[in-house]
Write a protein that binds this ligand. Structure first.
Ligand SMILES: [Zn+2]
Length: 118
């Protein structure tokens, strides 16, 4: 039931040369932030990823192929990036379970302290 996905924070065209096809106006940088969603909660993490793809040769350029220039530009974009604050939101089913366990706990305490035992 655990699923994590990424949502896009920023997309930018960068002017570097593509390490595959050497085109200099086709690199697109996408900065994404990670989101975890389960049955019970939805959480925004502070983990981000940078993806680079070339619109000309239509491949994703993995960090291992990045030149120093590309790394500098990616760094620059990451620094100016506005991330969403880390947060966790419980879903209604989680709230229902928490309320239920609190009720059960109260009942146990009442029985244990003898409130209902006469
Ligand atoms: Zn290319």
């Amino acid at each position: 039931m655990n699923s994590s996905r990424f949502f896009t924070l920023k997309e930018a065209r960068i002017g570097n040369n593509c390490p595959e096809c050497y085109s200099n106006d086709s690199l697109e940088l996408t900065l994404k932030q990670k989101l975890i969603e389960t049955k019970f909660y939805k959480a925004i993490t502070d983990e981000t990823v940078s993806q680079l793809s070339c619109l000309n040769c239509e491949v994703q350029i993995f960090p291992i192929r990045w030149t120093d220039d590309i790394e500098r530009v990616v760094d620059y974009h990451n620094r100016g990036l506005k991330r969403k604050p880390k947060s966790t939101k419980l879903k209604p089913i989680a709230w229902a379970l928490i309320s239920l366990s609190v009720l059960v706990l109260i009942a146990i305490i009442l029985f244990a302290t003898g409130v209902f035992s006469k």
